[in-house]
Design a protein around this ligand. Structure first.
Ligand code: PLP
Length: 323
């Protein structure tokens, strides 16, 4: 039974009389959708096409409940906030997103009964905006030229102006974000690759995926190379990714667990995506395609490598239209 009462979150978590143990037990009784346990799919034809002498498998994160890897982070962030009593009755969750985390938060708000406001750059894909609104959440557009940095500034401004009204989880600086990947994405990859992994490749947005998964994998075998994928410059079409040298640096990105960064041009990701459609029958988004383009570069340098890459979402089948 899901709660349909907006006060229910607070009723279960907001009272000063409850102990933290009570809150944790009650929080765990909320019905979060099952996330993760996504398959690892080998890409033999994609590799054979380039004469590659390495294995490449991709983790299909678009099979999560709202269609992206960000369900993992959003569920852990919200679950942790409820357990700590931070998301009490009538508090509105406000955060910045490039789109996918926004959809995940909006879904959780609809399921658990708390209002959600998302700050999104105005050039976020209209399909993301439609889905967020479909879950009953509010979208606040920010300057497209400022990307998610501008959205972050707006979310922070709102939360600071009305601290009693808002709960600001700040996915770019919330340890529950990388922790989700340390606890789930990393162990799933290690188990499903049966330890046969030499390189882990993931796009960098908040850095939660690469830092949490990278940390887990390096604890298992320190020689595993963790490779971050970023856009080649600040203006790009790799939705969800950040060009860290010019962006506000998220504390969820932990450079201790990243061995190397490969920067990818949008055009290379787009052509890689088209090849995946045709050669593997696989629909992934541009950030996934960028990670797979980078994986080919790694494989060219390291014959015999066993590479695992992340496909954060399936992108958009239709071209972007003006909002
Ligand atoms: C499509 C897409 N790819 C990659 C990422 C990066 O993931 P992370 O924030 O864990 O670094 C995101 C994050 O929003 C995303 O939406």
């Amino acid at each position: 039974m899901y709660s349909s009462d907006p006060a229910a979150v607070g009723a279960a978590t907001g009272s000063d009389r409850t102990t933290s143990k009570d809150r944790t037990e009650r929080a765990s009784s909320y019905r979060f959708p099952p996330v993760g346990e996504t398959p690892l799919r080998p890409l033999p034809r994609f590799v054979a096409d380039v004469g590659g002498r390495f294995d490449l498998a991709v983790k299909l994160e678009f099979l999560n409940p709202t269609g992206s890897v960000k369900d993992r982070a959003a569920v852990n962030i919200v679950r942790t906030a409820i357990a700590k009593g931070e998301l009490g009755a009538r508090r509105t969750l406000v955060d910045a997103s490039s789109g996918n985390t926004g959809v995940a938060y909006a879904m959780l708000g609809a399921r658990l009964g708390f209002p959600v406001e998302l700050c999104l750059p105005q050039n976020a894909h209209p399909e993301r905006v439609t889905r967020i609104r479909g879950f009953g959440a509010t979208v606040i557009f920010t300057d497209p030229l400022e990307g998610t940095d501008g959205a972050q500034r707006e979310a922070r401004r709102r939360a600071a102006a009305e601290p009693d009204r808002y709960f600001y989880p700040d996915q770019y600086n919330n340890p529950a974000n990388p922790e989700a990947h340390y606890r789930t994405t990393g162990p799933e990859i290690w188990r499903d690759a049966a330890g046969e992994i030499t390189h882990f490749v993931a796009g960098v947005g908040t850095g939660g995926t690469i830092s949490g998964t990278g940390r887990f994998l390096k604890e298992r075998r320190v020689t595993i190379q963790v490779v971050g994928v970023e856009p080649s410059g600040p203006i790009h079409g790799l939705e969800g990714l950040k060009h860290l040298p010019t962006a506000i640096r998220p504390s969820t990105y932990d450079a201790r667990f990243v061995d190397r960064t490969i920067r990818v041009e949008t055009e290379d990701a787009v052509s890689t995506r088209e090849r995946l459609f045709k050669r593997e029958g696989l629909v992934v988004g541009n950030s996934a395609a960028a990670a797979l383009f980078a994986s080919l570069e790694i494989g060219r340098e390291a014959a015999g490598a066993h590479i695992v890459a992340i496909a954060p979402d399936a992108g958009h089948v239709s071209p972007r239209e003006e909002p």
